[in-house]
Design a protein around this ligand. Sequence first.
Ligand code: SAH
Length: 222
Amino acid sequence: MSLHPDDPEDMERRMRFVFALRSSGVLDQDVLKAMEAVPREAFLEGIFRDRAHEDTPLPIACGQTISQPSVVGKMTQALALDRRCKVLEIGTGSGYQAAILSRLARRVYSIERHKDLARAAWRALEKLGCSNVIVVHGDGALGLPEQAPFDRILLTCAAEDPPKLLLDQLRPGGIMVLPVGQSATVQTLLKITKTETGLEYADLGAVRFVPLVEGVASEVSR
Ligand code: SAH
């Protein structure tokens, strides 16, 4: 989390960061290690950089938000990643979640509908050496058929229902994690496993995400 790992204040912040993750049920050692290793401040701007260690969502450009670390941890853990996984993320945002995925998977494709966010995320990921992440500016609702099938698919924006187009791009045996809900206030985090015989659903609790919006953002809508 810091450029000065020996600073006692930073050590305390790190410990609190990991404590918040563990308290919310993130116990997978690989996920915890990846989250300790990725500096969240590298994905924030201005005054919000100083709050990077807090377990809270924070504003980023284009009116969007970087997710709360404990929710990032929960979703990452639910994906049960291994080094062979090819992952698709819908909603790059700051690129923070993609950076964590990059440490646990073989390759990560991440789609963002705001061009400025896609660009900034790409730059931040490049600076950190996350060379197995490809950021795509486009409409994530369509997925990335040319790279399908994916072993894992993660949505970091809320859909009304699990999008069929994306489920079709999930490999049998694959896992999709997404927030689902009809409104901005009531959403459920779902884990969907694609088995030989159909789809299995697990409810991972209440969450709050920005909505999945179809189509790419026009430059003026910033
Ligand atoms: N994963 C991000 C948080 C994302 S916030 C992080 O770690 O910072 C959700 C993001 O989803 C926003 O940036 C929003 O622009 C994006 N989004 C919403 N609908 C989309 C769509 N159809 N395609 C691609 N991105 C979309």
